[in-house]
Design a protein around this ligand. Structure first.
Ligand SMILES: *[C@@H]1O[C@H](CO)[C@@H](O)[C@H](O)[C@H]1NC(C)=O
Ligand SMILES: *[C@@H]1O[C@H](CO)[C@@H](O)[C@H](O)[C@H]1NC(C)=O
Ligand SMILES: *[C@@H]1O[C@H](CO)[C@@H](O)[C@H](O)[C@H]1NC(C)=O
Ligand SMILES: *[C@@H]1O[C@H](CO)[C@@H](O)[C@H](O)[C@H]1NC(C)=O
Length: 441
């Protein structure tokens, strides 16, 4: 017998979108992230997030791939329960783990004008959800944000960071969050599984400031998550702590809140190679300058792919003699984590990885399915950005550990932000009690 087991609530939002599809016609698309009732009692779980598309609801779920489940979609329309049959399709980026992300398409029955709530159950459960106890009043997830929006979003740039676990890298977190703000980012969404108390303090601080939204990401309570991206890299039933459903959650959660969205990690920064605004005294919004440039060169509504340049944290070298390192706060040594300004040499680009570990900035309203590197499904696909326009600075463990320091290549682009970055980082660290009160600016 096929049963969907416990279905877990992850998100409570609905979004509506205008998507330009094939030709010039505009279609109305609504998106719901939702969860449904429980239909079973074991510890296994399916996470359900939902998207409305035309006359259908798209449920983004985590499913056991080998099971073929017939779904019942329970739609609450004007306080009445309607039922339709859901059809599932698994995202291809499951990396051979037993569980994967899936879309369950639920037709909206005739007679249903507005869906206020929605839930999904296994069709194998005859009574699941349709009995009296459940129909008294609507249940499932509330449908929100049903207004179509194509401009004037509250945020210009949202960065989706997935997933944070056992995180202690406080200094790099603060540096990156300050860098992102200098680039023009207004919102950073952190899918958090676990972190150190100092990290939590920093996240609380930025949440209070309005920059960060923390989404608790506790799939591990329901499913055995892997800490690797392949089954051979770590035991578990789903890829890397459920990073892929998290990215898709972020995509739909912010689709109508943000003009653009960047999908990358906290140790990665996409930096334009020229930026007039970097000269400005107070604010430097280089991504605001970059995106119109990319749209002009590669076309609008694309996803833009940025080349990954690894700056190994095992190598600390001063800049070449012509450059000077700005004065930094020596108290940073006592803050846990990596100092990105100390690692300005990157590994050479090699053909084996050149086109694989990129990250993207995209118009989220032109996307159906996101993945770790790029998109699975979108309206217009992706364009590779010339490294002389912008590239990604990835400060992390070496990818090519056998290189000697003199094989690394200097790139001091980050230093042009340092006169803004250093005092901003000091302020945050000081306000969070991570620097002595009397330390220099
Ligand atoms: C069917 O659904 C009902 C209502 O949610 C639940 O109580 C019951 O345990 C389910 N049965 C099975 C076999 O999953
Ligand atoms: C978004 O960008 C515009 C310029 O394109 C700017 O005027 C506005 O202040 C920015 N909004 C935010 C929230 O930063
Ligand atoms: C998770 O996977 C490990 C390794 O396969 C296994 O030992 C453990 O029992 C699993 N836990 C659950 C809750 O399935
Ligand atoms: C780092 O912390 C230790 C122990 O608290 C302290 O003695 C030392 O002065 C600190 N160093 C800096 C540079 O802040």
């Amino acid at each position: 017998m096929i049963i969907i087991k416990v279905i877990v609530c992850i998100s409570l939002f609905i979004f509506t979108v205008h998507l330009k599809l094939l030709g010039s016609q505009w279609y109305n698309m609504a998106t719901i992230l939702l969860c449904s009732m429980s239909t079973g009692s074991t510890k296994h779980s399916n996470i359900i997030l939902i998207v409305l598309f035309l006359d259908q609801v798209r449920v983004i779920a985590v499913v056991l791939r080998k099971e073929t489940v017939a779904y019942h979609c329970l739609l609450c329309c004007q306080d009445q329960l309607h039922i339709s049959d859901g059809v599932s399709s698994v995202h291809t980026d499951h990396f051979d783990f037993p569980y994967g992300t899936a879309d369950i398409m639920c037709p909206i029955p005739s007679g249903c004008e507005t869906v206020s709530h929605i839930a999904v159950t296994s069709a194998a459960n005859k009574s699941g959800g349709t009995d009296r106890s459940h129909t008294s009043g609507c249940y499932g997830q509330q449908v929100k944000n049903q207004k179509v929006k194509s401009d004037s979003f509250p945020y210009n740039f949202t960065v989706c960071l997935s997933t944070m676990f056992d995180f202690t890298n406080v200094l790099q977190l603060v540096q990156s969050l300050e860098m992102l703000q200098l680039l023009g980012v207004n919102r950073v969404v952190v899918y958090k599984t676990s972190c150190s108390p100092e990290t939590q303090r920093i996240l609380d601080y930025y949440t209070h400031k309005g920059l960060v939204e923390v989404i608790p990401w506790s799939l591990s309570k329901f499913i055995n998550v892997s800490r690797g991206w392949l089954p051979s890299h770590g035991p578990g039933d789903i890829h890397y702590l459920g990073q892929i459903p998290a990215l898709n959650d972020c995509l739909y959660r912010y689709m109508y809140q943000s003009k653009y969205m960047a999908l990358h990690d906290i140790d990665e920064l996409i930096l334009p190679q020229s930026c007039i605004m970097v000269q400005y005294k107070y604010f430097i919004y280089c991504w605001l300058e970059l995106l119109p440039q990319l749209e002009k060169k590669y076309g609008a509504d694309q996803c833009y792919m940025f080349e990954n340049n690894v700056f190994p944290i095992t190598v600390t070298l001063p800049p070449p003699t012509s450059q000077t390192l700005p004065l930094q706060n020596h108290h940073w040594q006592n803050v846990s984590g990596v100092n990105i300004l100390a690692h300005l040499y990157h590994e050479p680009i090699i053909p084996e990885t050149h086109y694989s570990n990129f990250k993207i900035i995209v118009n989220p309203r032109a996307v159906y399915r996101a993945t770790v590197h790029g998109l699975l499904k979108s309206v217009k696909g992706c364009a590779w950005v010339d490294r002389n326009i912008a590239r990604m600075y990835h400060t992390r463990d070496p990818r090519q550990p056998k290189l000697t320091p003199n094989q690394l290549i200097y790139d001091g682009r980050l230093l042009s932000y340092s006169t803004h970055l250093i005092p901003a980082v000091n302020t945050v660290l000081r306000e969070n009690g991570l620097l002595p009160e009397d330390s220099i600016q």
